[in-house]
Design a protein around this ligand. Structure first.
Ligand code: 9MR
Length: 592
């Protein structure tokens, strides 16, 4: 409804001003032709804007709201970006370091959205992207004291979840119930999916292991803020407790907990369809094993606050791993599910080698038992000529094992020195490829190294490339990796072919109408803040749902994005997309 009102207002203001520039962001000041990180830049960091190619050869920087020019520079020559078929020039103002609020002008073209230069320029969006997980909590009300204007009633108690016949055992008969409350809603829908929780939690825990001092003092204003556990870990515990309830007595883990079909766009309290846990699967069980193993070493430091948790997690992890060894090919095949048939997200993955490697590696690091190291087989995967490692995504998780091995390298240099060298070299080699592309790319970003980057959830690819580069930076302290990671953060916050900042609530032209049931069904104009939209996706699997909203302007891979709630293929949000954004933005804050 609120969208319709906006469009009517927009139409009348168009008649009055003849500006023809009524963007869904509601403001009209920025030029569509100058694309930059709408939040801003670090004084010592790289600063680039991308400008539509024209005759212009220079750019100017002004203090915001003042006529005072503070910097000028030459634009680069024009270059084509194949993913949007644009010719663009770059404005590099990295040497301008003075903190303040600015706009960038290109004579004859107009001015950019405002931006800031400051030491902690990304702190607020970085923090909001963590708080976004609080807004995704299931089974609880979000009171105004924590959720502000996005307060809402509780829904999805999940205290009586039915066992689907695909998951039935002698002890847990089909149709009997278990309690499996808490957890985060996966995305714009209200499902809770173990596979996707796996990579999400692994990424968040990795941030914690890499930057504990920064996170220990971060205040999120959540219900647990007054206990003696860092808020960041309290938030992850909310999902971890749910995950723990998804393990069956035999060690196997249910693939997901959802209603049989997606609910309409209602608030959680009104989404009352029966919920089910379905078939146990090898990938869900292995992702669970990896997360609980990693969690067990993190919570070992909180024995007083959480007595026994760390030990329990390790027991659960080993049990899950053993189940997967015994059931190594349990694919989740949604088509086979009947009575009821199930049509919610499948997260179906048929190659479990990477999940085995990740789980075994995390178990090795938490137990120091050699057998897990041997079973992980990282060494032979690194030696093989095949492309065994990639930027992580929900079905490809073994690079998370490389990150963990590299992070804990000092513990293991004695026994596995040469392997650990190979692990580090692999991370650096992958980072080098991204860096090399970034140097020659028209947009100056690692994002776009391959046309395949633009798939469903493409923004998580950009964020995960950033995480990879930051891992390489942590190993080498080579600032080029840090800067290239920063370039991908710039991409996500505005320096991209759509000109959108894809983080809700941040940037003058930011995502306003995500496919996100709470944001759609509440009466609040603004979407829940801190959520990362999936981003450009030329697959346009939602085309039928969006009528004629896709136009010629969306025809290229990097422009195939519409800020409309119908667009579940380009404008949904998801926990596995937010998590690498959380890592990227917060790691940069911690490092800079
Ligand atoms: O992120 C998932 C993407 O890789 C798949 O191509 C797509 C279709 O299966 O599903 C995406 O995940 C969705 C999940 O299935 C259900 N919750 C919303 C997720 C984001 O769209």
């Amino acid at each position: 409804m609120k969208n319709l009102i906006f469009r009517v207002v927009c139409f009348f203001s168009f008649l009055l001003t003849f500006s023809g520039n009524c963007q869904t962001s509601g403001k009209t000041s920025g030029s569509e032709k100058i694309k930059l990180n709408q939040i801003g830049f670090y004084p010592e960091g790289p600063k680039t804007a991308v400008i539509a190619a024209s005759k212009a050869v220079e750019f100017l920087i002004f203090k915001k709201g003042e006529k005072k020019q503070v910097f000028s520079g030459k634009l680069t020559g024009a270059k084509n970006w194949p993913h949007s078929n644009e010719n663009v020039k770059k404005a590099d103002f990295s040497e301008f370091r003075e903190p303040g609020q600015y706009i960038l002008k290109v004579p004859g073209m107009g001015e950019s959205y405002p931006f800031e230069i400051s030491e902690n320029v990304h702190f607020e969006p970085a923090k909001a992207s963590i708080k976004a997980f609080y807004f995704q909590r299931a089974s609880t009300a979000l009171p105004e004291s924590y959720a502000g204007k996005w307060a809402r009633d509780a829904g999805h108690p999940d205290s009586e979840v039915k066992i689907h016949n695909s998951a039935a055992t002698q002890n847990r008969l089909a149709g009997s119930t278990i309690s499996s409350p808490r957890g985060w809603n996966d995305a714009g829908d209200y499902g809770k999916y173990i596979v996707n929780s796996g990579i999400t939690m692994g990424t968040l825990f990795s941030l914690y292991e890499d930057f504990p001092e920064y996170l220990d003092t971060l205040h999120l204003n959540i219900p647990e803020s007054r206990n003696n556990i860092p808020d960041f870990l309290d938030e992850t515990l909310y999902n971890l407790r749910w995950m723990m309830s998804m393990q069956d007595e035999d060690g196997g883990v249910y693939h997901k907990l959802t209603s049989a079909n997606f609910h309409g766009a209602v608030l959680p309290k009104d989404a009352t369809l029966q919920r089910w846990v379905v078939q146990k699967s090898t990938p869900a069980t292995l992702d669970f094993a990896a997360v609980t193993a990693q969690a067990s070493r993190i919570f070992r430091n909180f024995e007083e606050e959480l007595p026994g948790l760390s030990d329990s997690l390790l027991v659960m992890s080993k049990k899950a791993y053993r189940w997967a060894v015994k059931n190594p090919k349990m694919v989740y095949d949604q088509k086979k599910l009947k009575e009821p048939a199930v049509s919610t997200g499948a997260y179906g993955d048929e190659n479990f080698e990477d999940e085995f490697q990740w789980a075994a590696t995390e178990l090795f690091l938490s137990t120091e038992e050699e057998k897990y190291y041997e079973e992980a087989g990282i060494e032979s995967s690194l030696e093989s000529s095949e492309e065994n490692f990639s930027v992580p995504s929900w079905p490809n998780v073994n690079t998370l094992a490389l990150y963990s091995l590299a992070r804990h390298k000092d513990k293991h240099t004695g026994t596995h020195e040469s392997d650990i060298d190979a692990v580090q070299n692999k991370i650096i080699e992958m980072a080098e490829e991204l860096l090399a592309h970034s140097r020659e790319s028209a947009y100056g970003t690692p994002m776009g190294i391959s046309a395949k980057n633009f798939a469903w959830g493409s923004n998580s690819e950009a964020a995960n490339q950033g995480v990879l580069l930051l891992n390489a930076y942590l190993l080498t302290k080579n600032e080029e990796y840090l800067n290239a990671a920063n370039d991908n953060l710039d991409y996500l916050l505005g320096r991209n072919a759509t000109g959108f900042s894809f983080l809700t609530g941040f940037g003058e032209k930011s995502t306003k109408d995500p496919h996100h049931r709470p944001s759609e069904a509440d009466s609040v104009e603004d979407p829940v803040p801190g959520l990362l939209a999936g981003g450009p996706n030329p697959g346009q699997q939602d085309k039928q749902n969006c009528g004629d909203l896709y136009t010629e302007k969306h025809q290229y891979p990097a422009t195939s994005y519409i800020d409309e709630r119908c667009s579940y293929a380009s404008n949904e949000i998801a926990i596995n997309w937010n998590a690498p954004f959380v890592y990227l933005a917060n790691a940069l804050e911690a490092i800079r």
